[in-house]
Design a protein around this ligand. Sequence first.
Ligand SMILES: Cc1cc2nc3c(=O)[nH]c(=O)nc-3n(C[C@H](O)[C@H](O)[C@H](O)COP(=O)(O)O)c2cc1C
Length: 228
Amino acid sequence: MSDNNPRPIEAHEGGKTRTGEGLNVLRVDASARSEGSSSRKLGDRLLERLHEESQTAPSVKHRDVAKGLPFVDEEWVGANFTDPSERTDRQKQVLELSDDLVGELREADVLIIGSPIYNFGIPASLKAWIDLIARARETFRYTENGPVGLLEGKKAYVLMASGGTRLGSEIDFASGYLRHILGFVGIHDVEVIAADRGMARGGEALEMALAEVDQVELPSLQLAGTSH
Ligand SMILES: Cc1cc2nc3c(=O)[nH]c(=O)nc-3n(C[C@H](O)[C@H](O)[C@H](O)COP(=O)(O)O)c2cc1C
C-alpha cells in the first residue's frame, strides 16, 4: 500500500468503532544508542506514519529499556509466585515496576519494539523487559492444553537492526525469539522489518527498511479485548 492519501485508522471493540479516541501505542526501544540508531529511526518513521494517517492523534508511551531495567531476582520470583491475595506489602512493592510494564502493554493497541541484534540475540535490556512482562495470570495462563496468551487484539511491529547477521538465518536468535515470546503472551499479529547486515550493505540496509515501513499496513485496530 503506497498511496499518499492519509486514511483513517479505525479501532473496533466488539465490532464497535471507537470514535474520538486515538490509538494507544507502546514503543519499546532497546538500542544502546540514542544517536545514529537504525532501529530507533525505523520506530520514528512508523510513529510519523501513525500520526499522519490517524484521524485522532495516537497516544504514545515510550519505554526506553536501554536506560536500564532490573533483572528478576529471588525476591521477585517469590512475590510473583505468591497468590496475589496473599502478597505482603513488600512483595507488592517488589512487583510494582513489573505491574506497571504489564499495565502499559495491556493498554496498548499497537506495540512497536525497536531492537538491535547483540551477540546474535536480543539486548539484555529487552530480555529484562520480557522477563518482567511475561507473567502467569497476567499475560499468559496455564491450561490443560498448555500455556495460553492473555493479550488479545494487538498489533506488533518488530523493527530490528544488525551489523552482519542476516535476519532469519540460523544465527539469528533474535527475531524468531521475539515472535515466539509475543505469541506466547497472545500477540500473534507481528510484522518484522529489519535493517539487517548494515556493515555489509551500508546505507541501503536502512533505506530499504524505511521503505518497508512506509509500505507496511497500519492496523485496522482491535482493542485488547478480554485482557483489559
Ligand atoms: C554489543 C554489540 C553486539 C553486537 N552483536 C551483533 C551481532 O551479533 N550480529 C550483528 O549482526 N550485529 C551485531 N552488532 C551490531 C548491531 O546489531 C548494529 O550496529 C545495529 O545497527 C545496532 O542497532 P542500532 O543501529 O539500532 O543501534 C552488535 C553491536 C553491539 C554494540
